[in-house]
Ligand binder design. Structure first.
Ligand code: AR6
Length: 171
């Protein structure tokens, strides 16, 4: 199963996959970080579509087209803001991965790329977030036989190191 996981360092907007996941906010109207990069690369049609979707609660996922991105789809999910760990942040982050993968399955996506949801502006500790990302993906891949590759796109060397270490431990 490990062969269906890829850890790469780079920019998610450049990934040649069927779907990329966006770490959005509940408004789905764009923002900074990876959300800003995705909106810039996809072009203004993306905002037109997400405006119509009308928002997304934390832990859930919504789908739009990818427009000028190499990816056909963008799956927008909203991670929790880290508030110390007693506000079900871990459960909500797990929901993001589970619900994004569920949407991908519904769309027939064979390759998907994730950023490290909630670990930027939302301050979720990277090691804990990585563990949740990989464990949820493992659970999904155990049942799903059509997804070929799940790519984790790491923004920088530090994140890449954390993901690679966690991969060895969890898979
Ligand atoms: N490709 C891959 N990863 C990236 C990229 C990129 N182009 N740019 C940043 N990252 P963040 P959050 C990494 O802050 O914590 C937005 O304003 C980054 O290093 O983008 O979920 C939204 O609108 C970090 O590891 O998302 C929300 O308001 C990870 O992506 C809020 O930020 C996530 O960092 C969401 O915060």
């Amino acid at each position: 199963m490990k062969d269906r996981i890829k850890i790469v360092e780079g920019d998610i907007t450049k990934q040649d996959v069927d779907a990329i996941v966006n770490a959005a906010n509940t408004s789905l109207l764009g923002g900074g970080g990876v959300d800003g990069a995705i909106h810039r690369a996809a072009g203004p049609e993306l905002l037109e579509e997400t405006r119509k979707i009308g928002g997304c609660p934390t832990g859930e996922a919504r789908v739009s087209k990818g427009y000028r991105l190499p990816a056909k789809w963008v799956i927008h999910t909203v991670g929790p803001v880290w508030g110390g760990g007693n506000r079900n942040e871990e459960g909500l982050l797990a929901n993001c991965y589970r619900n994004s993968l569920k949407e991908a399955e519904r769309l027939g996506v064979k390759t998907i790329a994730f950023p490290s949801i909630s670990t930027g502006v939302y301050r979720f500790p990277l090691e804990r977030a990585t563990e949740i990302a990989l464990k949820e993906t493992k659970k999904f891949l155990e049942k799903n036989k059509t997804m070929e590759t799940v790519v984790f796109v790491c923004f920088g060397q530090e994140a890449t190191k954390v993901y690679k270490e966690a991969l060895g431990r969890i898979f």
